[in-house]
Design a binder for this molecule. Sequence first.
Ligand code: PMP
Length: 413
Amino acid sequence: MSAFSDLTLDVVKVRADFPILERKVHGKPLIYLDNAATSQTPRQVIDVFADYYERYNANIHRGLHTLSDEATAAYEAVRETVARFLNANKRHEIIFTRGTTEAINLVANTWGRANLKAGDEIILSMLEHHSNIVPWQLLAQQLGLIIKVIPVDEHGALDMAAYRELISERTRLVAVNHVSNAFGTINPIRDMAAIAHDHGALILVDGAQAAPHEPIDVQALGVDFYAFSGHKVYGPTGAGALYGRAELLEAMPPWQGGGEMIKTVGFDGGTSFADIPHRFEAGTPAIAEVIAMGKALDWVSNIGIGLIGSWEQRLLAHANDRLRTIDGLRILGTAPKKAGVISFVVDGAHSQDIGLLIDQLGVAIRTGHHCAQPLLKHFGVDATCRASFGAYNTPEEIDIFADALERVIGMVR
Ligand code: PMP
């Protein structure tokens, strides 16, 4: 850890929280560099599940019995945790969802259906994950909306001049990611939000890749909607959140109907809906998962998201230095502001082959289109290899990864 000793992140202590890091893959110590797809889970978060199911498993908001009260209190406390994590103004601005995908679909199907009409324009970007493209395409087909796409430059940074040209009074929504999952590009969300608002448009931000790496302040960013997934922030799968400005959420119709989202139900037209946030949380939610997500955010806050982000920046710089020396390796996505994600292709070697062979050496990276097919197509490739870093990765792991990569490339060429 010598090169990193000036930082106060105690990576040995961090790693001790992750039981999975002790396992071996194909007889080799696991080196997990697929954090952009899903991060690993600390013991404290895993323990939430046993504690919940052993002590207070009950449906929430319904019973008056002790277990239900305890489960409700623990679940609702996470709303406060998420509000703090995003610096939302009010806790009822936080809606629990299954993740980013569901959060975006929620906005498309509630705000979108209630407010958009044929000819209205939505601006997306070339950097988007499919989950911030397809919900808008579905809506556009049904309502006759027009989708415009902000291009990227050769480094994979958004072309802000083009954004200024695309936006007009016809634009109703700008939907962009904060950090690109495929390239790691960090987008200038505060500026983009100001430009959107100058034109009377709203801005939705897909924060799936930003939440694990940098402090989020939805008020300072000036965004209208912000979505993230728990499983990328050291939490479990099945839980995430949508932030929405209270005035917007209050005016939005429900999406899924069912228990918990109503005030009264009658067959005589007397059905009325609950206030926010419950209006958007129909049915029994992922109770244990939400409570565990809260624990994960506490875990992150205890270390400090700023410290995690700067640690990953050091890992990124180290990985860049190592990978740049590998013959025939080309890094895609070299924007000046990047999170800890490196996408690359290698002359004469298929990404898939590299991914499979390097797994044999215990190194987990992702290969494929990363659910960002338009972006990869724009750069003339079908697939890349992607290494993405988390709080528990070390410079030594990056060295092992780079050495393994050189070995594997030698084998497949
Ligand atoms: N947006 C981005 C930028 C992502 O990286 C991902 C996950 N890869 C998603 C959205 C979708 O997240 P989820 O699958 O957790 O809903």
